[in-house]
Design a protein around this ligand. Sequence first.
Ligand code: MG
Length: 375
Amino acid sequence: MKRRDWMAAATAAAGALAAGRRAEARAAGAGASPSLESEVVRLQLRHTWTTTMSSSAYRDTLHVRYTKDGATGIGEGAPIVRYHENALDAQKAVDAAREVVLAGDPWRLETLEAEAFRRLESQFAARAALDIALHDWLGKSLGVPVYRLLGLDPAAAPITTFSIGIDTPEITRQKTREAAEFPVLKVKVGLDSDETTIEAVRSVTGKPLRVDANEGWHDKETAIRKIEWLAGKGVELIEQPLPAALVEETAWIKQRSPIPVFADEACLRASAIPGLAHAYHGVNVKLDKTGGIREAVRMIHTARACGLKVMLGCMISSSVSTTAAAQISPLVDYADLDGHLLIANDPWQGVSVVDGRLVLPDRPGLGLLPRRAGA
Ligand code: MG
């Protein structure tokens, strides 16, 4: 047998074996009823996390498991306090939608999600957890990674920033040193101490910085003065300089800013993007804001159609959420997917970071593995 023929035969045999195993697993679970479990998981932060909006030592996120036909999909949603969400309400919402989800056909995902999301109303963390679990289930059932289901090239995944929350100059210097392996940092600002924070980072490193004001500056004159100073310090973009409602003031900033201005709190869904395109150069898309992978992809394409750049961000979460976001990262210009790196008790391992670049697991679904027994 020629080497090429042997390789083809071996590949076909391996494929048949994998298909056989999947068929066995399906047969084993075929008689069982589908299930949807929910759990609130408390994630402990490595450093107390402070932005203009809050300060905390832990975060609670909602985790769900969807099981059907021998495969289990894992999902996570991080509730966003800014939008009046919390983990217990998200869990109640998922539990209330359970019957609809279990009665639906996951191979008709658009229909299933449309029906389930009507019950989940404004619970976007709950939507995200469910949508991610269903995508993980689909990938596992077909034996392919989610990025492959979506037709994306994992080699095109971008570098990710590592975020530095607001802190004292001494702790800021320590955090900056700890982030040595990341080629670009994202620094939280939006307070009177901004200049001190940036000087503390700059005393340790000269690498490019991205800055997030989280709506912390209150008028356009202050914002443009700060942005011009930051641009002189090697800052390459600014996120949400003014409160989300101040769209025309932000449009005034866009005309004058030496660096791109990105919307985060101002931009939750695809439908908001056309009305923001004159005020921002780009948008920050997060699965927890959009309610999962499907709406995030729609949002990315809407932003492109409006001529905007796209960042893919995250909340503080486990590897479930950041690995799900990383699956669509080949579509974006900038990634900020470090939520799982900020916590000390991640139950899962999934996306990794090598020389700052996102590396997706080459396993079916999200490609997650439990980090410890019983996780
Ligand atoms: Mg932000």
